[in-house]
Design a protein around this ligand. Structure first.
Ligand code: SAH
Length: 363
């Protein structure tokens, strides 16, 4: 019977869960803080590294838990800035992507939340093969730790903007936030965490009401809008069939009202799809309407071309024009700095390329 006991990944337990499990083993509650800290802050690679934990407890832990680690399968280092794009291998053989970015004194980890993605946005490489599975909270945290180990630099900010739709992996998302903000672990502030969503309205509302140690969540929200009208949005984002642009913007406003955290709207500029003066005017009307009572920032991202989909980025001048047009209407826009443009920057591209490389031998 014992041999068949399910082996859990110890990295996937929050400190509270770890404490409960240790109490069941007859251990003192403070052990949870010590063990959590070995795992999430002190870089233990085996239970035997935990030098202040008794040998007998280490033995018990070994019997009950695995310590799943991710492997760096590939790291593409930008030659122009500190950006590193990672292909990580998970314990079950799946591959995911993450990106490390440096800006002034900030080091940001852009992490994936699912293996693949089910949303199918037409311009995005992550969704081409659908969603294989949700990632666990421990696996999401492991992306951050893997980047710190590889670069030797401390991560100050986390953006959940890699592959996957975090609000459709809600429980892991929340447990990840609890884990990464734990003062016995990395202790990253909620205010330095950004959750990016294609606009899952019930998920946005749920996140707004999430207590996370305070009355409301303090994480930042980014909404991938990419079009100002339902007709245009449906052409590039299937999720627009489910939630209208106005419902998504209303949910963003409720998030702001509950949390007072800024909401950013992501807008990938795609030549001939959403980059005209009329598009800018429609976007400004949507976000600057009389019902909107929140500070609004539009993050303009010249679309990253993905082989085969035919979408192209507008010229630099067209992007600047779009931003100016928005600003003439009183809407703040910023054109995303293109970090790591010499490497496979766009979501899901590295993973896809690797799969193609290996496709002769099968999965
Ligand atoms: N599912 C979430 C998070 C992952 S995508 C979301 O939709 O927000 C992170 C961001 O990258 C989103 O704004 C997404 O629309 C954008 N993105 C995906 N592929 C892109 C591409 N080829 N060029 C520019 N932005 C892209």
């Amino acid at each position: 019977m014992m041999a068949k006991m399910m082996v859990k990944d110890i990295y996937d337990l929050t400190k509270t869960e770890l404490r409960q499990e240790l109490e069941e083993l007859g251990e003192k509650p403070y052990r949870a803080g010590q063990i959590f800290s070995w795992l999430h802050a002190r870089g233990a690679v085996s239970f035997d590294d935990m030098s202040d934990i008794s040998k007998s407890l280490r033995m018990k832990l070994k019997e009950r838990y695995s310590m799943n680690r991710l492997q760096v399968m590939e790291a593409q280092r930008s030659s122009t800035d500190g950006t590193v794009k990672y292909l990580f291998g998970l314990h079950d053989g799946s591959a995911i992507e993450g990106v490390f970015m440096e800006y002034r004194s900030w080091n940001t980890a852009c992490i994936s939340s699912q293996v693949g993605c089910a949303m199918g946005c037409r311009f995005c490489a992550s969704g081409i093969d659908g969603c294989e599975r949700n990632m666990t909270a421990g696996e999401m945290a492991a992306e951050v730790y893997g980047m710190e180990r590889d670069t030797g630099k401390k991560i100050s900010n986390v953006v959940i903007m890699g592959s996957g739709e975090p609000l459709l992996n809600y429980d892991s998302l929340i447990r990840f936030i609890v884990m990464i903000t734990d003062p016995d672990g990395k202790g990253i502030s909620q205010r330095n965490i950004t959750v990016s969503t294609c606009g899952i309205v019930p998920g946005i509302d749920r996140l707004a009401g999430e207590k996370l140690g305070r009355e409301h969540s303090q994480v930042n929200l980014a909404i991938s809008l990419h079009a100002a009208t339902d007709i245009k949005r449906k052409k590039i984002m299937p999720i627009a069939e489910k939630y209208s642009v106005s419902e998504v913007v209303a949910a963003a406003q409720r998030y702001y009202e509950a949390t007072h955290r800024k909401v950013t709207f992501e807008y990938a500029l795609i030549a001939g799809q959403n980059d005209t003066d009329e598009d800018a005017a429609e976007l400004a009307a949507l976000l600057g309407g009389k019902d909107i009572h929140m500070p609004v920032l539009v993050n303009l991202i010249p679309v990253n071309p993905v082989e085969g989909n035919g979408y192209r980025r507008p010229s630099r001048q067209a992007c600047v024009n779009f931003k100016n047009k928005l600003e003439n209407f009183g809407i703040n826009g910023s054109i995303r700095r293109e970090l790591g443009s010499d490497i496979d920057g766009a979501c899901g591209q590295l993973r896809r390329r690797k799969r193609a490389d290996y496709s002769d031998t099968g999965p």
